[in-house]
Design a protein around this ligand. Structure first.
Ligand code: PMP
Length: 354
């Protein structure tokens, strides 16, 4: 720690480096990456960019990608913002919309960056507890606020909200931005993008890191009313006027265009998720219903922290959180059949030993 740091920087905690370990031959089921990789068409488009001319700056409007997303959702490019992973898109949304004199509402047990960005952008946080079933209850969010943000499905629980519940919130909350973070929406949820024409204060964010397997390219997006998008563009433009690099723009556009590969890979992950949930249940785990590419599970007789350490010793990495309410859970990314089998076999052996 340097004495030159501001008090704010001193209290920031770096992202757990252990979540991206350098070991080879891991069964890496801790950060919800897609085990199948991106569409071959996306790979070809990225290679073509590399072969083309990286000397040149990318298109500052990101047109090729916005058009591909517009075609996919049948919306206009003016309703789309693209940025460097949805983390960056979320950060710009905080800057553009949530710096109000009222608190930002978000679920208590949710994506860990929400409170971090509150610190970064001096936004007052107001975490709202999940109910006893670990569900988000949107009726609890109908209170004075400077903005509302929640993931759908939620992370790390995987629990899904229906569009009717989201619409009920939007009908009652018209003065501040409601941000629905759809990082995991493609694994069985219904996207709120269909509501953006009706609710000018709705902003939906998505990522290409999960269902389109491009985490390494860092591509995220937001969809909403053109005025919300313009707010985001203003922030982005004053920070770094190029939305994405040339390779990412081309790869992400091709990934959106290749519906067939996308649908197949999501369907495979959904099938594997259901299998994995059943296998964990037969080992005695309680598994929350998941609409994401991960499951959230606890074993009533086992210490989750201990299990995650024992798995790690065997090169199998899952996510364990220390917040008291979820300290008995493991969050496990759905991997390939081979990876899921390795995990289930390792767990069966560990549980037998106890
Ligand atoms: N939102 C949620 C709920 C997430 O879990 C994640 C990824 N861990 C993100 C946003 C950010 O994803 P990315 O920056 O890779 O687009």
């Amino acid at each position: 720690m340097s004495k030159l740091w501001s008090p704010f920087v001193k209290q920031l905690v770096p992202y757990v480096a252990g979540e991206q370990p350098k070991m080879k031959r891991l069964v890496k089921l801790n950060t919800n990456e897609n085990p199948y990789g991106p569409s071959p068409k996306a790979l070809a488009a990225m290679q073509a960019q590399i072969n083309d001319d990286l000397r040149l700056y990318p298109d500052p409007s990101g047109e090729v990608l916005k058009q591909a997303i517009a075609d996919y959702y049948h919306i206009s490019p003016a309703q789309i913002f693209v940025g460097n992973g949805s983390d960056e898109v979320l950060a710009h949304a905080y800057h553009a919309f949530f710096q109000q004199d009222k608190p930002l509402l978000f679920p208590d047990i949710s994506y860990s960056f929400y409170p971090v960005y509150c610190g970064l952008y001096r936004v007052e946080p107001k975490p709202i507890a999940l109910d006893e079933q670990f569900q988000i209850n949107l009726a609890d969010y109908q209170q004075d606020n400077g903005g509302i943000i929640f993931p759908n499905p939620n992370a790390p629980t995987g629990c899904l909200l229906g569009l009717a519940e989201i619409e009920a919130l939007l009908q009652n909350n018209t003065e501040t931005v409601v941000l629905v973070d759809e990082a995991y929406i493609d694994f069985g949820g219904q996207s709120a993008v269909s509501l953006v024409d009706k609710y000018p204060n709705l902003l939906v964010t998505q990522t290409l890191s999960k269902s389109r397997a491009l985490a390494g390219m860092r591509v995220g997006l937001a969809i909403g009313h053109p005025q919300l998008i313009e707010g985001l563009e203003r922030i982005k433009d004053s920070f770094n006027s190029y939305p994405l690099d040339r390779v990412a723009l081309a790869g992400a556009a091709a990934a959106f265009a290749d519906r067939e590969y996308f649908e197949q890979s999501c369907a495979k992950i959904i099938t594997s998720r259901e299998q994995l949930s059943e296998q964990l249940t037969s080992l005695g785990f309680k598994v929350l219903p998941s609409a994401a590419n991960f499951v959230f599970a606890r074993h009533p007789q086992q210490d989750a922290a201990q299990l995650s350490i024992q798995l790690r010793e065997q090169g199998i990495i899952v996510r364990h959180f220390t917040q008291p309410r979820i300290a008995q859970f493991l969050r496990i990314t759905v991997g390939t059949d081979e990876q899921n089998t390795a995990l289930v076999e390792a767990l069966a052996e560990l549980l037998n030993k106890q």
